[in-house]
Design a protein around this ligand. Structure first.
Ligand code: COA
Length: 327
């Protein structure tokens, strides 16, 4: 399996740290020094997750030279679906006219895009499907508590996509997925969640004021789980690829917090210039973050043909994943 093309989409509206200073008791200095985030994008009220996902998909299809009728698998990784059902992937399938595809969503929060890549890889390597469209897309602004300074400064909206295709062993193309690690730890479900709005705690007129259908987070616990688990996953993915961290040309990490990226990088003994960052512009876009970063790194020439790149993501679940890809 190889990545034949990438695409991304960010909504137009920019929400800066200065704008947030007017909403909650915070400062640009606090947000920048604790997270690295300067601004984030916010989707329009009528812009659903599937709209952003479709735009990112169209760009990936154009980059890969793939038409809607070629696609036989669509996986959308999202925690902010358009509707409980049908899946956002089916909305995207309709928008694209990709009628030959089987389409479904997966829920793995910020690790979703890498989970989708690894699921699609199994479909492709088994010969079951030939051309997959994987998308990470989230409209976190819709589940953010805009009165909670602990969380509202961190997140943004966006979508990223990739087209994965089969490759034949004798086509002379060295690009492809070299290794992957996928893991989760359900003991940590409570440290990052949207507790209400599902079957466990439905939102009723009586509890609506508690904002249980917005993000609830224990920041320090998430920080610790992220660093420990992603460092181990990165080391395992590099080793399974038969490489050392010196062989990795570009690290494309989940764009949650620059201090988490620094911790991963330092553990892997990678210099700062190897980590691709765009969190200062977009904040944490959950399932979209690694996909958008990959697309930007490819389009700006940071990732070059033949490079080994390390993708790593973590999020609610707790769920995390790492993959080494040769470009
Ligand atoms: N502006 C100003 N002060 C803030 C603030 C904000 N936006 N958010 C929190 N604070 C305050 C806290 O209330 C606390 O005040 P107190 O000491 O009076 O109680 C103080 O800043 C320090 O908070 P603390 O939680 O110790 O900060 P931190 O260094 O751990 O940074 C996070 C907080 C959220 C940035 C950090 O824990 C983090 O990034 N965690 C991971 C979050 C994440 O990545 N989530 C998504 C995973 S996919």
């Amino acid at each position: 399996m190889k990545i034949a093309g990438t695409g991304s989409y960010l909504p137009e509206k920019v929400l800066s740290n200065a704008d947030l200073e007017k909403l909650v008791e915070t400062t640009d200095d606090w947000i920048t020094s604790r997270t690295g985030i300067k601004e984030r994008r916010i989707a329009a009220a009528d812009e659903a997750t599937s709209h952003m996902a479709t735009k990112a998909a169209e760009r990936a299809m154009e980059a890969a030279g793939v038409k809607a009728e070629d696609i036989d698998l669509i996986i959308v990784a999202t925690i902010t679906p358009d509707t409980f059902f049908p899946s956002t992937a089916c909305h995207v399938q309709r928008n694209l006219g990709a009628i030959r595809a089987v389409a479904f969503d997966i829920s793995a929060a910020c690790a979703g895009f890498l989970y989708a890549m690894q699921i699609a890889r199994h479909f492709i390597n088994s010969g079951n499907r030939k051309t997959a469209l994987i998308i990470g897309a989230d409209k976190l602004s819709g589940i953010t508590n805009w009165t909670d300074r602990n969380t509202c400064v961190l997140f943004g909206d966006g979508a990223g996509a990739a087209i994965l295709t089969t490759k034949t062993p004798d086509d002379g193309d060295p690009s492809g997925l070299l290794s992957s690690v996928m893991a989760s730890d359900g003991r940590l479900t409570d440290i990052l969640s949207v507790p209400g709005g599902g079957s466990a705690i439905p939102i009723t007129p009586d509890n609506a004021h508690l904002r249980l259908n917005t993000i609830n987070m224990q920041g320090k616990e998430v920080f610790k789980a992220a660093v420990k688990n992603t460092c181990e996953a990165c080391e395992a993915a590099i080793s399974r690829a038969g490489l050392t961290s010196d062989d990795i040309a570009v690290l494309i990490p989940h764009q949650a917090n620059v201090r988490i990226v620094d911790a991963i990088r330092e553990r892997l003994r990678m210099p700062p210039e190897k980590a691709f960052l765009n969190l200062h512009k977009y904040g944490n876009t959950s399932g979209a973050a690694v996909a958008i970063a990959l697309d930007e790194a490819v389009r700006t020439g940071v990732v070059k043909k033949g490079d080994n790149i390390l993708l790593v993501a973590f999020g609610a679940g707790f769920a995390w994943a790492a993959s080494v890809v040769r470009w």
